[in-house]
Design a binder for this molecule. Structure first.
Ligand SMILES: Nc1ncnc2c1ncn2[C@@H]1O[C@H](COP(=O)(O)OP(=O)(O)OP(=O)(O)O)[C@@H](O)[C@H]1O
Length: 307
């Protein structure tokens, strides 16, 4: 049985005339220990998709399950990391992580919990900053705290919703490598959402494109990323296998975007009035004229508008 499964799920927002369909016929299964990345355009429904699993969003039809059980609400078995860290500003690094650990592992001794918090701070290389408040940390350090806090709750699956998109390219690269290493050493199951095809291919066992089909997005065919690990970004850029996978992924996304564009058009008549060119207008003629210049005095024009 897969750890996570989404079966025939669809989701839209709003009612009647104000309704927009976001996802349709979503089918996904995630095996234990897998690193799967979903890549899609901005606004295509990636957060909605990950939230079907986190339990923050309910599908209109179909269902999401974890170990065969229907997901109806958020739970500690699914750890969610957002783009915007969500740390408590008045607690230092240790306290932010301890808050979560104390909540989840209530039956552990104080000493056990303290050791556990230290282990995860060390895992994300923040031991020297353990006493610092969020405002004293860089964006990258804050995101490391957020990752450590989620990992320390020992969820069955780590759900990351564009976790690095607020960071600069160099910090992104460092944290991508760190999370990849943590995943390999801890055998966690990861579902990562991004709009960056390179990030997807660098990290994943499987990349699944979220295709912006009309009227709602759906998942495309998974791309198996059989590149050796650990992956070195410098050599990957010259690796023919990587280049081929990259072209395949980008073309799939571009083709879907092209096809989602409107194919119908209607012909509209322009209003029977011509704009006045105020730079050349003769003021006397303009003031004496009885009405506006008419398009019909020249010829009828039509424009074609995609709908
Ligand atoms: N709670 C909501 N109510 C109404 N519309 C929503 C809601 N959440 C998302 N949407 C709409 O659904 C669509 C998909 O949003 P979603 O956040 O899932 O996309 P995304 O791919 O994660 O976007 P981004 O990459 O910009 O974060 C958008 O048009 C968004 O405006």
């Amino acid at each position: 049985m897969p750890l996570i499964e989404i079966k025939n799920a669809s989701k839209g927002y709003g009612y009647n005339g104000n309704r927009s369909e976001v996802l349709k016929d979503i089918n996904l299964s995630l095996e234990e220990g897998e690193f799967v990345v979903i890549v899609g355009y901005s606004g295509s429904g990636k957060s909605t998709l990950i939230n079907l699993i986190s339990g923050l969003v309910k599908p209109d039809s179909g269902e999401a399950t974890i170990e065969g059980k229907k997901i109806t609400e958020p739970g500690p078995d699914r750890g969610l990391v957002f783009q915007n860290y969500s740390l408590l500003p008045w607690l230092n690094v240790t306290e932010n992580i301890a808050l979560a650990v104390d909540e989840v592992f209530k039956d552990w001794t104080k000493e056990q919990r303290k050791e556990h918090v230290k282990k995860y701070i060390d895992m994300v290389k923040l031991t020297p900053a353990a006493h610092k408040l969020p405002k004293e940390l860089s964006g990258g350090m804050r995101q490391r705290v957020s990752v450590a806090r989620t990992l320390a709750m020992m969820p069955k699956v780590l759900l990351l919703d564009e976790p690095l998109s607020a960071l600069d390219a160099l910090t992104r690269a460092t944290i991508q490598d760190e999370i990849s290493e943590i995943w390999r050493e801890n055998l966690t199951t990861v579902l990562w959402i991004t709009n960056d095809p390179d990030e997807a291919l660098l990290l994943a066992d499987r990349v699944i494109p979220l295709l912006p089909t009309s009227p709602a997005a759906t998942l495309g065919e998974p791309i198996l990323v059989d590149l050796e690990r650990p992956r070195d970004r410098k050599t990957l850029n010259h690796d023919p296998k990587f280049k081929k996978l990259r072209a395949q992924l980008i073309n799939t996304l571009l083709d879907a975007k092209g096809k989602s564009k409107s194919k119908t058009s209607v012909k509209l008549s322009l209003p029977d009035i011509l704009p006045e060119d105020l730079t050349t207008v003769n003021s006397l003629e303009f003031l004496n004229r009885r009405g506006p210049k008419r398009r019909s005095d020249n010829k009828r024009e039509e424009v074609e508008v995609a709908v």
